[in-house]
Design a protein. Structure first.
Length: 263
């Protein structure tokens, strides 16, 4: 994915976007490319680098291919995620497909200019979760996390997104990240109209359920392009002071549900 530009590749900002074949990832990749950024895309299909981020071996091979393709990365936006299917795979893609990949690519980010790293959490991180599953994810034991996910009664999607938010909070301030000038943050969207959510939104009953569990103050659900605009800023050099934050882009859902009780 590219746009017309006058600068050579080694002068342009280089950003890797996962989940770039659809939804928020696609909208972000397109926005960055239109700005003249060199965008490296990752997805299972229809991307420059095709890989299943839920499979550790494919992740490792992906990192090697990226290392061969570029000497540095100025930003990584880990937007890949799934909400349906096998619980173990949800954890593997959503949590380890973001955190393990970012950790492996950190040396390339350290060589970048004004390096930035982003993951996609969710308003679902505020929903009921499996605390033990989250702790297992944070321990880095992927096999145990996958096993726990299969036994958990809590929704694996919500747990994976809560674990991502906590990983960002505890990792962003480390010397390897903040100390190396890499600003790590998360964006937590509310319900966004994408291919992942559309099947539910197309059903009156499904839309009503989403309106109940993720209410919005502005009268509509989000668009992928709106989240992409935020990700584009947070991954840019203009974001020079935000670190370890989980930014809710949810049409007011978090404010409606939690109010100011925790402030």
């Amino acid at each position: 994915m590219s746009a017309e530009h006058s600068e050579p590749d080694d002068k342009r900002r280089c950003v890797l976007v996962t989940g770039a074949a659809s939804g928020i990832g696609l909208a972000t990749a397109e926005r960055l490319a239109a700005q003249g950024t060199r965008v490296l895309t990752v997805d299972r299909h229809q991307a420059e680098f095709c890989a299943d981020l839920g499979e550790p071996a494919q992740r490792e091979a992906l990192v090697q291919r990226i290392q061969a393709a570029t000497p540095k990365l100025d930003a990584v936006i880990a937007a890949a995620g799934i909400s349906q299917g096998d619980a173990a795979q949800v954890i593997a893609v959503n949590y380890f497909g973001s955190t393990a990949l970012l950790t492996a690519l950190r040396p390339l980010l350290a060589r970048g200019a004004a390096p930035r790293a982003l993951v996609i959490s969710s308003i679902a991180s505020r929903m009921p979760v499996d605390a033990a599953l989250i702790e297992t994810c944070l321990s880095g034991d992927e096999a145990a996390a996958r096993e726990r996910a299969m036994r958990s009664r809590a929704l694996p999607y919500a747990s994976s997104k809560a674990a991502l938010a906590r990983w960002v909070r505890r990792t962003a301030v480390h010397a390897d990240w903040a100390g190396a000038g890499i600003l790590l943050n998360a964006v937590a969207p509310g319900t966004v109209e994408t291919a992942m959510t559309q099947p539910m939104l197309d059903l009156p009953r499904g839309r009503a359920m989403l309106e109940q569990i993720t209410p919005v103050a502005i009268g509509r659900f989000g668009r992928a392009e709106e989240i992409a605009a935020l990700l584009a800023f947070l991954s840019s050099a203009d974001n020079s002071y935000m670190l370890g934050q989980v930014v809710f882009a949810d049409g007011g859902c978090d404010a409606l549900q939690r109010g100011d009780a925790q402030w």
